[in-house]
Ligand binder design. Sequence first.
Ligand code: SIN
Ligand code: FE2
Length: 214
Amino acid sequence: MFDLLASTLIGTRDSLGEQACVLRGFALPYVPELLPEIEHIASAAPLRNMVTAGGHTISVALTNCGALGWTSDRRGYRYAAHDPATGLAWPAMPAVFLRLASLAAAAAGFDNFQPDACLINRYLPGNRLSLHQDKNEKDFREPIVSVSLGIPAMFLFGGHQRSDKTQRIPLFHGDVAVWGGADRMRYHGVMPLKEENHPLLGVRRINMTFRKAG
Ligand code: SIN
Ligand code: FE2
């Protein structure tokens, strides 16, 4: 069911706002290069469940690559040049990641996007991400580029207030969501993942979020 819908959407674009869209299947040609790079990054900087300032454990496991990595602990959210688990610099951003992120940004109307941070999120069935704004980056003029791999997720895209009505957009393997400009600070989140099995990734979803953080 999902497979049929996903395959008929490939190459299309869904508008989520004035400067926000989903590029259906945009990442598919890159997948054979992305997966081994993700494995390599996760072997150097393992996926882990971080805690928030409030002491809540984030159900989505994460790691990073690039000059800066998104982290959270009892002191709050921030970007850091080193992996707090190992004290080492985050793994370098692979060239194919940069290429994909900047071509997707350009396709969505944002030229010259050069991310310095790639957050890699691993969702298992039941994992969710509550509504939030991405606001730890220095320059809000740069867009967010978010690549979905593996089992589908229902993305929530809201407004500028947490209480604003949200659109529900299914994100499939290979889809790339981009939001910036007037839509850069909109609330967004992910509904609890349903149990599914993806032929390449098994029972998981990987999301790669590219940002210019520093
Ligand atoms: C995020 O908001 O950082 C991730 C969104 C997603 O997993 O699609
Ligand atoms: Fe986000």
